[in-house]
Design a protein around this ligand. Structure first.
Ligand SMILES: *Cc1c(COP(=O)(O)O)cnc(C)c1O
Length: 569
């Protein structure tokens, strides 16, 4: 974005503010708002970005608050053996963000830390601007340690992480104050990372009910071990007086300060991110009233260019009102297929040029790309290479495109990448496999639109929602997935995609053996034959993905539910 345009938009934020708007402040440790701003790690951050984009499209008076994470999550390279190499991102702030003159500060241990604020304007379909504020401690006068607090997303140890959460939560609430916003009705915490903001509000109001009236909390983690928590002694020494002794027992769990409990205690509205996740959360936190609002994706961001042209022609108005995509049932099948092949060629050309894999435009192509971590089971599909090769011989040729980063401390996630690389070598002559490095928003657009089927294999019930299959649906790409997260709501068997796992096994937690067999069975007897031998019906399935799933699993519908159920209460 040009600097001139940015200057104009800063003028806009001033009018914005003096109009008495906005009313909602949305806090997220990561926000993936622009494919050139690397301040996100995966689904959580992209959801936050898509949420704010839809708010801008719908004129919802909201501001976003996040950390600068100047060096990103990390830039991923992978060597020939599949070892992940983590490099700091080189990102030119000034090209995208505008440094604002106002500053704020927080106290950590006994140090006063200055925070500066960068601004990014998210412009909606009709010009409305949602500001996003990036908090940055790399300020002269702060100690060398403190200057690093907002450098690396999810980097460092517990002390570093707690410092980040103090900056995001407490610093975030103060930043909103110092920017002059006086009419914030709701503070929305996207996951527990920003929960310390409630302590700043409690310090201002001295009244639990008053804080509760203003706080909304979205939880994203269906497993107890995944919730952020800190040793009480560390928390007390770092947070100091803002941690109220009289209430401490309310948010202490197993002798630790638990960010989920803190957010639950201070929020009047709490939700999970899919119906099933709401149920799981209610069981995990008995006594709290937990609703659910199923995630979505920002429609205009995730529809590929060829499908944008098809929708512009057949379904005008779809960008501002994605419900219109219901009408996809009426689009000519040849048009759907032509758009798909255009998106697919773009992807296949990219992987062939970049990774020298010799993939074929006409071969059945499976996509799997997301954060690489054990519960998502990235290696399930290739766990029996012999079987996979046999399926390819019997049912028709198979190609697989992978991508995704493993957290630097996630040993099993890194092992999964190595396993994919070693399998790649043994079956390359038969099943072609490519692994795209440094999976990010731009690669996400390319892969979710360009494959024939999207694969999702989380271990039940660990996937709160998942969103990449929704991006695929926006491009007519069906999903094959375990029945977890959003897929329980989005799957109509053989019409929007396929479930992995036999009916009985779907009532229980996942069993790898059972799921693997069922995945191979579905591929061999249903999915691949339909792709190669029943193209007409295959394209009907593609259309149903758009009509049934894209029209619903989008952030416009999602934010309307937040406005009604969470913000407007
Ligand atoms: C959508 C997206 C994700 C989320 O993927 P899930 O399958 O929902 O886990 C992660 N990373 C990137 C770059 C994405 O675009």
């Amino acid at each position: 974005m040009e600097t001139v345009a940015l200057e104009n938009k800063v003028e806009n934020i001033n009018t914005h503010r003096s109009n008495g708007k906005p009313k909602i402040a949305y806090f997220s440790m990561e926000i993936g708002i622009n494919e050139n701003i690397p301040t996100y790690s995966g689904g959580l951050g992209i959801l936050a970005g898509d949420t704010l984009k839809s708010c801008a499209d719908l004129n919802v008076p909201i501001v976003g608050v996040t950390l600068l994470s100047e060096k990103g999550y990390f830039y991923q390279e992978i060597d020939l053996d599949g070892n992940q190499i983590e490099l700091p991102y080189n990102f030119n702030l000034d090209d995208f963000l505008k440094l604002l003159p106002c500053k704020t500060n927080v106290k950590i241990e006994d140090r006063e830390i200055t925070i500066r604020i960068w601004f990014y304007p998210v412009q909606g379909a009709s010009g409305y601007i949602v500001p996003v504020f990036f908090l940055d401690t790399n300020v002269e006068g702060n100690s060398p340690y403190d200057r690093e607090i907002t450098k690396y997303l999810y980097g460092g140890d517990n002390r570093y992480r707690l410092a980040q959460e103090i900056v995001l939560g407490i610093g975030g609430v103060r930043a909103i104050d110092s920017l002059g916003y006086r009419n914030i009705d709701k503070y929305h915490m996207n996951e527990g990372h920003a929960a310390l903001g409630t302590l700043e509000l409690y310090d201002q109001f001295k009244d639990v009910e008053k804080v509760r009236n203003q706080c909304v909390f979205t939880t994203h983690t269906p497993v107890a071990a995944g919730h952020d928590q800190f040793d009480l002694s560390l928390a007390k020494s770092m947070i100091g007086d803002l941690l109220p002794n009289s209430l401490l027992h309310e948010f202490t769990f197993e002798h630790k300060l638990n960010m989920t409990r803190l957010a639950l205690f201070f929020s009047h509205y709490v939700n999970g991110v899919a119906k099933k996740h709401g149920e799981v959360s209610r069981k995990m936190f008995p006594g709290y009233d937990i609703d659910s609002i199923t995630n979505g994706v920002h429609t205009p961001t995730w529809v590929s260019e060829p499908f944008q042209r098809v929708f512009d022609k057949n379904l005008p108005g779809w960008r501002s009102d994605p419900y219109i995509l219901r009408g996809a049932f009426g689009i000519d099948k040849a048009e759907i297929w032509a758009a798909h092949m255009e998106a697919k060629k773009k992807l296949i050309d990219f992987v062939n040029n970049r990774y020298n894999v010799g993939m074929n435009y006409d071969h059945f192509t499976i996509g799997f790309a997301r954060r690489q971590t054990a519960y998502k089971r990235p290696e399930l599909l290739i766990s029996d290479p012999e079987k996979l090769m046999t399926i390819g011989e019997k049912a028709g040729p198979i190609q697989i495109i992978y991508g995704g980063k493993a957290h630097p401390k996630d040993g099993s996630g890194k092992e999964a990448i190595k396993k994919i690389f070693s399998t790649m070598k043994t079956i390359q002559g038969n099943v072609k496999i490519a692994y795209i490095h440094n999976y990010d928003i731009a690669m996400g657009k390319l892969i979710t639109a360009g494959v024939d089927v999207w694969l999702n294999t989380p271990r039940r019930p660990k996937e709160a929602s998942g969103t990449s299959g929704m991006k695929a649906a926006h491009n007519g790409v069906p999903q094959v997935s375990t029945l977890d997260g959003w897929w329980i709501e989005g799957r109509v068997e053989n019409i929007t995609g396929w479930a992995i796992g036999t009916r009985k096994s779907n009532e229980r937690d996942s069993d790898d053996q059972n799921d693997r067999n069922d995945l191979y069975n579905k591929l061999e007897t249903w999915i691949i034959p339909k792709f190669y031998n029943d193209r007409d019906n295959w394209i009907r399935t593609m259309r149903s993905c758009i009509a049934i799933n894209a029209s619903f699993f989008n952030t416009n519908r999602m934010i309307e539910q937040y406005v009604l159920n969470a913000y407007f209460m």
